[in-house]
Design a protein around this ligand. Sequence first.
Ligand code: FE2
Length: 297
Amino acid sequence: MTTILFNPDITDEERRTRLYSGQVLVYGASPASLALVEHARDLIADAFGSRDPQTAQHDMQVEDFAALLAELKPKFIHHSESKKRISALLASFGCDLDRTYFDVPRMRTSTSDDYLAAGISYAFHAHRDTWYSAPFSQLNWWIPIYPVVPENVMAFHPQYWGNPVRNGSRRYNYYEWNRTSRLSAAQYIKTDTRDQPKPEEPVQLEPQVRVVPEAGGVMLFSGNQLHSTVPNTSGRTRFSIDFRTVNIDDVIARREAPNFDSECTGTSIRDFLRASDFERIDEGVALEYEGLMPTDG
Ligand SMILES: [Fe+2]
């Protein structure tokens, strides 16, 4: 069974519990989510100038488009306003800002008709974020920047909640990946040769669930959910924001989604910043999460 809740009137704790059990939650646009979207639109407008960013792919050389994104995306990721507006969004959702940590927000694009599906605009095959060293309590927040349609969103493959998929995560070490592969994303235009954890058996992509929130709407799901980028046939480039959160009490207590099939090593937990002051997670907590005992003294 796949359960999707719309605008549920529940506490943050109940929300986390539902997400760890594989439910998906969707919220309408709110002043706080629209403030984040506005900020993203401003940066996009600066980058694209007089072009409509959603259709610019049709009259730009793909190399130029990739170069534009390679400058725009890090700007959004590292902009201080991005962090501030996410913190405000989390507060508006009733998250305890002292116990909630987020990683820097990404701006994602999905171009239409395979224009650019590698590197800086990677079209994600079916995966769980937990194959990429995400903590099992990680929650994903996904927000369209402009209106989206079923032909350019993302898909869930809910029959794999509770069912393992043979996958390449055993070859994935987060620290190794950061050292070697990440910085080079923009150089991949036609194909992406980086060894990412992929399914190693045929995945039934149908039935699938596509949620289509309004622009500024917020979709929340567990990072353990099997999901993929939909092949974009809409004629428009999709722009979305996503970021991830963990609740530190859940990290410590291992209140989290169950592990079905992830075998990667390393953890992305040190990437998360406390929503109240952007401090990193305590190293003792990170080490314990990693399965190592902190050393005395
Ligand atoms: Fe993902």
